[in-house]
Design a protein around this ligand. Structure first.
Ligand SMILES: *Cc1c(COP(=O)(O)O)cnc(C)c1O
Length: 402
């Protein structure tokens, strides 16, 4: 397979590693990362309290333009909290995309709700506004507000957001939220999705776990919907070992997010009083120290990732066997994982085999959520584009060169 050895040579030159194993996405650390972590240890504040958590939240809000960011122990729990804050309860349904990492669906399931899978766009690889609108029109009915009884499972000391009740005609369950994901860092058509959600009066939570440093026009991913989340897991654009954040433009929601993720404790110098069933989802100060250092390097990391993406794009511009997935029009992607689409599944598998055998790690897209046993019985719309992409796309090594 001459064309594949051509690619392997190119990637090895790009990363200046003639022989060593090339990972898909490895983190890079510098002296500052070590200094901040050592400083957290020296301070003895390694756990749930500490200045690095506050600093990280402030720096993250400043970088993204959020009114406030709330740091959490990972992205999955940030997502679960965000869904809960917009009112998702057990037996509700949440619309999301079939092409995503399993955490997106799991966060819905962790609340006792069920995902509904609606197709993606072929170019953005994220939730399709057209498919969303079609699915809503064909499968839902709006019930008058007065007829709907609230079914809160626990006392809610705070006013719950008021949304028009939209129900799945077939299952009778409420559509409680829409959860698009910005796939591999490419912004989905989020403005159109939010406009549709507004028209139907359904809240939007954005899974921007892969999209720190990605913008649609002038707005950072995660700030279009009611709430958005980020992840700082080891394989993401920047990492603090494990970590996540909830982003919002709404200070009230941010305060609720902080409260709920920190055991719902009423602040007091010595009393332990809690006003609802909260979670211990806060980011430890030790991880926050690393997160602060990584965030300071983010602009440089993003610049380098664009250079890598440009190199791949130039390579594939002259090759008819693979199409580089460029950032969608009017957006700036962080190019978390550079992605190409091949002619068909056989070509995909041949490339996976050739590259991985040569020590250059490449990866297909995730198995579609409705193909996983846990989600096989969930409601799905058409999955044509998701299947088309799943058969063809491959992620290429995308680390920053250290
Ligand atoms: C990484 C990721 C998450 C969150 O993952 P954590 O490991 O819990 O931080 C959620 N959704 C998507 C799409 C992701 O890629």
């Amino acid at each position: 397979m001459e064309k594949y050895s051509d690619l392997i040579t190119f990637i090895r030159q790009l990363y200046r590693t003639p022989t060593a194993h090339l990972p898909l996405h490895a983190p890079t650390f510098e002296q500052r990362d070590k200094d901040y972590v050592m400083d957290a240890i020296d301070s003895t504040f390694v756990s749930s309290v500490g200045e690095y958590v506050n600093r990280f939240e402030q720096d993250l809000a400043a970088f993204t333009g959020a009114a406030r960011a709330v740091a959490t122990v990972n992205g999955t729990c940030a997502l679960q909290t965000a869904l809960k804050l917009v009112g998702v309860e057990s037996n509700d349904e949440v619309i999301t995309q079939p092409l995503t990492f399993v955490a997106t669906a799991n966060a819905i399931a962790h609340l006792g709700a069920a995902p509904v899978f609606v197709d993606v766009d072929k170019d953005t690889m994220g939730l399709s506004p057209d498919a969303l609108e079609t699915w809503l029109k064909e499968n839902t009915e709006v019930k008058a507000k007065a007829k709907v009884k609230t079914k809160n499972s626990q006392p809610q000391p705070y006013p719950q957001p008021q949304y028009q009740p939209v129900f799945n005609k077939h299952t009778g369950r409420r559509i409680a939220a829409i959860l698009p994901m910005h796939t591999f860092g490419h912004p989905c058509r989020i403005e159109q999705i939010v406009a549709i959600a507004k028209a139907w009066s359904i809240p939007v939570v954005e899974d921007a776990a892969e999209a720190i440093g990605s913008w649609s026009r002038q707005t950072h991913c995660g700030l279009f919907g009611d709430l958005g989340i980020l992840s700082f897991n080891g394989n993401k654009t920047i990492t603090c070992g494990g970590g996540g954040a909830i982003l919002t433009r709404d200070n009230t929601l941010a305060a609720r997010a902080k409260h709920l993720t920190t055991t719902a404790k009423i602040p007091h110098p010595w009393e332990f009083d809690h006003d609802e069933i909260g979670y211990n989802y806060r980011l430890p100060n030790l991880n926050a120290a690393l997160a602060c250092a990584q965030l300071e390097r983010l602009p440089d990391i993003l610049k380098q990732k664009r250079e890598i993406a440009r190199a791949y794009q130039a390579f594939f511009a002259f090759r008819d066997w693979g199409q580089f997935m460029a950032e969608p029009h009017d957006t700036q992607s962080n190019y978390w994982l550079c992605t190409i689409a091949l002619a068909d599944r056989a070509a995909r598998d041949a490339l996976l085999e050739a590259t991985n055998n040569a020590g250059v790690m490449t990866r297909p897209a995730w198995n579609l959520m409705p193909d996983l046993a846990m989600y096989a019985a969930c409601v799905s719309g058409s999955l044509d584009n998701a299947r088309w992409l799943q058969d063809r796309i491959i992620n290429l090594p995308s680390s920053v060169r250290s």
